[in-house]
Write a new protein. Structure first.
Length: 361
């Protein structure tokens, strides 16, 4: 299909509290260079997709608070293509909002929806699979997703089961499963017909609109009240958002629709959801420490640590730590075992409950 018919929506609204203290409410994960490669997560997502989609067809939907930050980091995208949601309502409303905006521009367009903060190492494979998805979704009433070939029984991801009838580039989806317990994740891996759900979706604007009409009719009614790409759009969105159901696109549409297809893909993918996943994907020294710091860091009898230090003009010495997360910022210092990285959200909640704790967010 022609490039001009392809559109992209980058979803960049999350707060990324599992990456505290580097990711904060004012400066969340997607706007950070988490791996220390010279480009932030959202910039890398833009760089990747702009190879096959023109800049004028790329949109970002984020929290209203981050519109200016998005504009600073992606000056290539027109300001009118950076959309701020008034409230966080999970992923179904923002998908319908953006499909409605794009349908108003081109009712025959096909769009890809991407999270802003995922790592994809095999970009050529990604672009090849995305082109296939665009062709499938533009020619059929398919809701297409990319499924990641699982490498381990991970309990942190959702899974997609597909109907394996032949050796094909794509398959009909049988079921979606939320994050499973370890035993179930192991059985999924052994069965060979499960993929990780990466939250990457491709559909024609008509196909996704039909799905919303069928499965979330009330939400569809609310969005039909607005005139898109006009000066009235913003006021209308502010009015309808408080009334919308808070629901994910997976729960609201994909788990219920009968026309969902998956393209299996080995992309060198990670959702970089935890400090451990950052550690696994970052460069490491001879002692398997991943260090990113502007000031000198000396380590002794220490290995397997992820160390992220802001420029504080002080030398740092670490002795005797193994498999730890050490993150120092202007406002906070975190030192915790890598095995406890799932507890960081709880630390943040406890800190918020302290008197004046909010200032460390």
């Amino acid at each position: 299909m022609s490039k001009s018919k392809r559109y992209c929506v980058i979803m960049a609204g999350g707060i990324g509290s599992r990456f505290w203290p580097m990711s904060t409410q004012k400066f969340p994960k997607q706007f950070q260079d988490i791996l220390g490669v010279g480009r932030t997560m959202i910039q890398q997502t833009y760089d990747r997709i702009s190879k096959i989609i023109p800049a004028e067809n790329i949109f970002v939907i984020t929290n209203k608070e981050y519109v200016e930050l998005t504009h600073q980091q992606l000056p290539e995208i027109s300001q009118k293509n950076i959309v701020g949601e008034p409230l966080l309502k999970n992923t179904a409303p923002c998908n319908l909002y953006m499909a409605s905006k794009i349908a108003e521009i081109d009712p025959d367009s096909t769009m890809i929806v991407l999270p802003a903060d995922h790592l994809i190492l095999k970009e050529d494979v990604f672009l090849e699979k995305v082109k296939l998805a665009f062709d499938l979704a533009s020619e059929n009433e398919f809701l297409v997703t990319l499924g990641i070939t699982p490498t381990r029984p991970d309990t942190g991801y959702g899974y997609i089961q597909f109907v394996n009838k032949n050796n094909s580039d794509y398959y009909k989806v049988k079921t979606f499963t939320e994050k499973p317990i370890l035993e179930i994740a192991k059985s999924f891996l052994e069965s060979g017909d499960f993929l990780w759900n990466a939250g990457i979706f491709i559909w024609n604007v008509k196909s996704i609109s039909h799905a919303f009409e069928k499965y979330l009719p009330e939400m569809t009614q609310h969005f039909m009240a607005c005139e898109y790409n006009t000066e009235n759009e913003n006021d209308c969105i502010e009015l309808i958002y408080p009334k919308l159901q808070k629901i994910s696109i997976d729960n609201g549409i994909l788990e219920r629709a009968k026309n969902v297809y998956v393209i299996p893909a080995d992309l060198g993918w990670s959702d970089l959801g935890t400090w451990t996943s950052v550690y696994e994907n970052a460069d490491k020294d001879d002692n398997q420490n991943s260090v990113k710091s502007k000031q000198p860091v000396l380590t002794y009898n220490s290995k397997g640590n992820v160390i992220r230090l802001k420029n504080t003009n002080k030398a740092v010495i670490i002795d005797g730590l193994e498999n730890y997360i050490i993150v120092d910022t202007d406002k906070a210092l975190l030192i915790c075992p890598r095995d406890n990285d799932q507890l960081i959200k709880d630390y943040v909640l406890d800190l918020k409950n302290l008197k004046k704790g909010d200032k460390f967010m």
